[in-house]
Ligand binder design. Structure first.
Ligand SMILES: NC(=O)c1ccc[n+]([C@@H]2O[C@H](COP(=O)([O-])OP(=O)(O)OC[C@H]3O[C@@H](n4cnc5c(N)ncnc54)[C@H](O)[C@@H]3O)[C@@H](O)[C@H]2O)c1
Ligand SMILES: [Zn+2]
Ligand SMILES: [Zn+2]
Length: 354
């Protein structure tokens, strides 16, 4: 039996790198040898017990690798090709996929909420030496030879998600946009607002190094929520409220601030993963008749989304690499989780090399 090293979730605050059985490709699957992966804020939610997954699961959902095995039925690829696989792996065949809701994929059936998120959620994930990719035909995106693994790895999730926060609103040319939280997701949402043509972008966080990065990613104004009344300041800067407020943290306070920052008729584009109860104060929502829109987005995946993001990086219009601040081997992933979770030493994203 062939084995591999993998990061296994055993319970709350209990992750272990251990030797497990290596996957093999069945019909429609591929196996990739992972050459680079990373840790997501959502993995921290899992580790802390805020998002439940089954003990024994390999976690992680951001893989770059090389094709090791192709199952029957997967065509147009060769062993040894470098590929990026999105965090979300739609089947491309079900009602949800064929209606354009790839992230809510029902894997052959109808719709399943969050159903497209399988790696490190309902299937073994990417923080391992090898990864089984389901629905490979829809999910293997070839990486152009001119791009490095580090240029590609953040596209699987945080860039796809962050940029989608601006796309989903949608941000229109000339909009004033405020982005609540400038973690990796919020920073990519800031970059997305710029790519979509916003004329004013306000980034909000409580960490000065992240606010500095927000300016680098396209924010015109960076507000520290610990120092200023953010809602009042957004209203002042925008002359009454933002056209779009992007929520990129996943908490009552940021959700509510985003809603309160909007002009009537504005759009709240929500990306955060919430837990517990989320409440909507009627006054911030104009008692339900303020023509507000609230849209939520799960990271867009599939090989066409990944191809588009790869071309975006190739064109020089978007560079995710400043967000990759630290590097670890898979064996040291425990240290990487500690650093990433503590948000110290200017950490934004950690590259993990199996
Ligand atoms: N929608 C999706 O598909 C998707 C995908 C990946 C991650 N997520 C979620 O997105 C969220 C953000 O992820 P991340 O990796 O960027 O997180 P992160 O924890 O690295 O960053 C969060 C940031 O929020 C800031 N913050 C905390 N309280 C704040 C407040 N009151 N106002 C403004 N800023 C505040 C922190 O200083 C930090 O910089 C998480 O909930 C994560 O689970 C969603
Ligand atoms: Zn994620
Ligand atoms: Zn599907």
């Amino acid at each position: 039996m062939k084995t591999m090293r993998a990061t296994v979730f055993h319970g709350v605050n209990d992750l272990r790198v251990e030797e497990v059985r290596r996957p093999h490709a069945g019909v429609g699957d591929a196996v990739i040898r992972v050459t680079l992966t990373t840790i997501c804020g959502t993995d921290l939610h899992i580790l802390r017990g805020e998002y439940p997954v089954k003990p024994g699961l390999i976690i992680g959902h951001e893989p770059v690798g090389v094709i090791e095995e192709l199952g029957p039925g997967v065509t147009g690829y060769e062993i040894g090709q470098r590929v990026l696989v999105g965090a979300i792996t739609p089947c491309g065949q079900c009602c949800a996929c064929l209606s354009g809701h790839l992230s809510q994929c029902g894997h052959g059936g109808g719709y399943e909420a969050i159903g497209g998120w399988r790696f490190g959620n309902t299937l073994n994930g990417a923080q391992a030496e090898y990864l089984l990719v389901p629905s490979a035909q829809a999910n293997l995106a070839k990486i152009p030879a001119t791009l490095t693994d580090e240029q590609a790895v953040l596209l699987a999730d945080i860039a796809s998600t962050g940029l989608s926060g601006a796309e989903a609103a949608p941000v229109r040319i000339g909009d004033a946009v405020v982005v609540f939280a400038q973690g990796p997701i919020g920073l990519c949402a800031t970059a997305g607002a710029k790519l979509m043509g916003a004329s004013l972008i306000i980034g909000v966080d409580g960490d000065e190094s992240r606010l500095a990065m927000a300016r680098r990613m396209g924010a015109d104004v960076a507000l520290n929520y610990r120092a200023v009344d953010v809602v009042a300041e957004v209203k002042r800067l925008t002359g009454g409220g933002a056209d779009v407020a992007i929520e990129a943290f996943g908490a009552q306070q940021t959700f509510e601030n985003a809603l309160r920052s909007l002009r009537p008729g504005g759009t709240l584009s929500s990306l955060g993963v919430y837990s517990g109860k989320l409440q909507m104060p009627y006054d911030a929502f104009a008692a339900g008749i303020g023509d507000h829109r609230i849209v939520t987005t799960l990271c867009p995946g599939g090989k066409e989304r990944m191809r588009r993001l790869l071309t975006l990086v190739q064109s020089g219009r978007f560079d995710p690499t400043p967000l990759l601040t630290h590097r670890f081997s898979l064996n040291d992933i425990g240290k990487a989780y500690e650093l990433f979770g503590s948000r110290t030493d200017g950490v934004l994203k950690v590259a993990i090399k199996p």
